[in-house]
Design a protein around this ligand. Structure first.
Ligand code: P1T
Length: 381
């Protein structure tokens, strides 16, 4: 049912039909580890829930449809999804990554995979010449987030995918679409080979589940990743799949309001005398605003800012907000605030990806924007 429907409709229906045995309109939570076989190897398509589970299948099909992919795989976390995709890279091969990524992705490359003979380098992907110069004959994977976590850089997916594919047939492009979601941007249509997600964030949308996903079109890539998903085993349980499915139904509504609120908060912060810099792709002074306007439906719900008063002022602000909870993660209905250098990105300390200690990151939620602005106003005083 992919082709003729808009993403709002796919988010509610793709992969989901009324349950054939009961008529239940909502996908049941198939809380089972195994499935009966009428004779050895004769079954209804499911043998064991690490390999496949009907609630998970519904989520995988829905997420694939939203990203415009033919195949989807769900994982137990965003890191599990990224780790499994990176197992396409063999020892002796290279990963070229953008120079701003989630701290866990940096840690996986720098503190885990390096020890297994997988090399990596980070480049400034707003500079296409740097991308070109960073590609090597042994580059198997180009990995980027856009907008990036936490600096909200916007990278040109189409141009980077073209450079990567010109490097040779083995070079694949993985875009972590967690910040934008398929409602704002669809990397597969722009040339990416694989889209990765932390479904913990906007896709689940309610801060009540940890999950991940990988979506793609290429049959051979899917078959290998499906094999790895089963062999490695980082699969989500049916209840977690159901929570993400439930969250997805309101994705379009939520993302429009997240962006409306984030723009209002970004404009308020930009006008505030104590604020030195605001980074939000939806503001016209963002360095890649024109690209963001072309590549994304709106500016999204994430922004970062820096106070004139530096680290001390930043720590004071995050301790004084009431509606914005001081917490890691993002993408839920409630607003969150954090200091990446000390929290989500602590693993980058001492590396070229180290985040400035005074940078404040905000996940703008769905509360009334006037209440959010008033909360920041009193915290900044
Ligand atoms: O937390 P998990 O579901 O494993 O997802 C990891 C991940 C992957 N990619 C991006 C862009 C992410 O932001 C994350 C998780 N990020 C946070 C927890 C955070 O607060 O930034």
């Amino acid at each position: 049912m992919t082709k003729p429907y808009h993403i709002e409709t796919l988010a509610i229906h793709a992969g989901q039909q009324p349950d054939p045995s009961t008529g239940a309109v909502m996908t049941p939570i198939y809380q089972t580890s195994t499935y009966v076989q009428s004779a050895v190897g004769v079954h209804k398509g499911y043998e064991y829930s690490r390999t496949g589970n009907p609630t998970r299948t519904a989520l995988e099909d829905c997420l694939a449809a939203l990203e415009g992919g033919t195949h989807g795989l769900a994982f137990s976390s965003g890191m599990a999804a990224i780790d499994t995709v990176l197992r396409l890279v063999a020892s002796g091969e290279h990963v070229l990554a953008g120079n701003d990524v989630y701290g866990g992705t940096f840690r996986l490359l720098d503190k885990v995979l390096k020890d297994y003979g997988i090399a990596h380098s980070f480049v400034e992907m707003t500079d296409l010449r740097a991308v070109q110069a960073g590609l090597r004959p042994d580059t198997r994977m180009v990995l980027l987030e856009t907008p990036t976590n936490p600096r909200l850089k916007v990278f040109d997916i189409e141009a980077i995918a073209a450079l990567a594919h010109a490097n040779g047939p083995r070079t694949l492009v993985m875009v972590d679409n967690t910040f934008a979601t398929p409602y704002l941007q669809r990397p597969l249509a722009l040339g990416a080979d694989i889209v990765a997600h932390s479904t913990t964030k906007y896709l689940g949308g309610h801060s009540d589940v940890v999950g991940g996903a990988a979506l793609m079109n290429d049959e051979a890539v899917f078959e290998r990743l499906k094999f790895l998903q089963n062999a490695v085993g980082a699969v989500p349980g049916p209840m977690d799949c159901w929570l993400v499915l439930r969250g997805l139904k309101t994705l379009a509504l939520r993302m429009d309001r997240h962006a409306e609120n984030a723009l209002a908060v970004a404009q308020f912060l930009s006008d505030h005398p104590e604020v030195k810099e605001v980074i939000y792709p939806g503001l016209s002074d963002h360095p890649q605003h024109a690209l963001a306007a072309r590549q994304m439906r709106n500016g999204g719900g994430m922004l970062s800012f820096v106070m004139h008063g530096g680290v001390a002022a930043a720590r004071r602000v995050v301790a004084r907000t009431h509606l914005f909870a001081l917490a890691e993660s993002l993408g839920g209905v409630e607003s969150l605030i954090e200091i990446p250098a000390a929290m989500t990105h602590a693993s980058t300390a001492g590396s070229p990806l180290e985040v400035a200690p005074g940078l404040i990151r905000v996940s703008v939620g769905l509360e009334h924007k006037d209440d959010l602005i008033a909360d920041l106003q009193q915290a900044l005083m």
